[in-house]
Design a protein around this ligand. Structure first.
Ligand code: ZN
Length: 318
């Protein structure tokens, strides 16, 4: 039986931003991975839509607003999509069998250190923030920045502002030092929306065992990601290769802290048989060969839903 799925990271809004003619509802161009039709097919109960904007020192705020506008115009109007901003949105969405859709930020370059912009993003419904993409910006160094510095003073101030607002903190693209700075500065837990285990495949975008253990100790979540070059060094990457990351995170105590962070629409290459949300059934089949139905259900959606039930803000607190 097909289990419901929850995914904490996709970049379809970026593709829509680049080419507004693409149809989220039912793309026929073959250019989109995540579409409404496929989310329905995949029994999706929750999907995070990342706002990714070309990073850089001169990045402005406009593309962020345009991405949010696309989310409002192209994603939300579909009949079984429910906008997730507060706890009660999630409960209603689950009760009605809808697909919960949440906004997140992947890089804060264009916010230019202005906390007013962060508060406006929150008001518009954004509920998770990754401070960098792979580059360095005013807030922090990203994972691929050679300098490897941590959070700036402005970055730390933004961590506190996020905690106060109820904006979840996403460590996935941070440098290792910025990761620890964020963990030390935050008063609440952190998530890694789309990262794998560096002890299985050493890559700067993956998390060391100590980082994974820290997220688990903080009751956070780690989204295993389907980006083939974060999974294995082989030419052809398989679902079995991805399961080695699942296994490692579980060995470190993460059975209740593991989720999916596909990165669909953010990748040009794919894991074999894992090209879009409808293909997650193949991952389910593979998981069920090694894990119980209960564990598999946790990985595919249970852990994410449990976390969101705890972490989403109450409507009255806005
Ligand atoms: Zn990413």
């Amino acid at each position: 039986m097909q289990m419901p799925i929850a995914d904490f990271h996709c970049d379809v809004l970026f593709k829509l931003l680049e080419d507004e003619r693409l149809s989220f509802r039912d793309d026929t161009s073959g250019k989109l991975d995540v579409t409404y039709k496929r989310l329905k097919q995949a029994k999706s109960v929750f999907q995070t839509f990342a706002i990714f904007v070309q990073p850089g020192d001169n990045a402005g705020i406009e593309p962020y607003f345009k991405s949010i506008d696309l989310f409002y115009r192209c994603v939300l109007p579909n009949p079984d999509i429910a906008f997730i901003q507060y706890k009660d949105d999630l409960e209603r969405s689950l009760a009605e069998g809808k697909i919960g859709a949440m906004l997140s930020l992947e890089g804060l370059d264009g916010l230019q250190g202005d906390p007013a912009m962060l508060r406006i993003m929150y008001r518009l419904g954004v509920r998770a923030a990754g401070f960098t993409w792979n580059n360095a910006n005013w807030a922090a160094d990203g994972a691929m920045e050679e300098r490897g510095a941590g959070l700036t003073a402005q970055g730390k101030a933004f961590v506190r502002e996020c905690d106060e607002l109820g904006m979840m903190l996403d460590v996935s693209h941070l440098s290792e030092r910025a990761f620890w700075d964020m963990v030390d500065t935050a008063s609440k837990t952190v998530i890694a929306s789309h990262s794998n285990a560096a002890s299985v495949l050493p890559h700067k975008r993956n998390l060391s065992d100590d980082q994974i253990k820290a997220i688990i100790a903080l009751e956070g979540l780690i989204g295993v990601t389907f980006v083939p070059y974060f999974v294995s060094g082989s030419e052809v990457v398989t679902i079995d290769d991805l399961l080695r990351h699942v296994e490692r995170i579980c060995e470190l105590g993460g059975e209740r802290h593991l989720m999916l962070g596909s990165d669909f629409d953010g990748i040009a290459r794919y894991i074999d048989k894992l090209h879009n949300p409808a293909d997650v059934i193949h991952l389910q089949d593979a998981l069920l060969k090694r894990y119980s139905a209960r564990q598999t259900e946790r990985f595919l959606s249970g852990n994410t839903i449990r976390f969101l039930r705890e972490r989403l803000p109450e409507r009255s607190s806005s």
